[in-house]
Design a binder for this molecule. Sequence first.
Ligand SMILES: [Zn+2]
Length: 124
Amino acid sequence: MLTASETDELKRRLEADLSRLVANAHAAIGFTMDRDRDRIGRDSMDESTEEELYSTQLRLHDRENFLIAKIQDALKRLQAGEVDECEECSEPIGFKRLMARPVTTLCFECKTAREQVEADEAAE
Ligand SMILES: [Zn+2]
């Protein structure tokens, strides 16, 4: 079990990560809107570069949304007192591991077992 001060520290960490990601997501939405505004009354010069930039931005945005959801989940688990409980084996996850990777839901042993699967996912 985490102590009250550990819980507090983890909560501040998660909230800091969340506000940073939300700020980035807003910047991405701003980019999308600028781009749509730009298109009105402008010909299609450099369309391919523009398309490329746009799709990169969208992919980043997807990743940010994914991370935002993970952090919100972690905060919910923290509130419920379950943030340090491994979802696989129900053993406690150490505070150091949580601070290194606040959105983790697995203890080190279960994470190691899943590592190959996640490496494959990340490669996509
Ligand atoms: Zn476990």
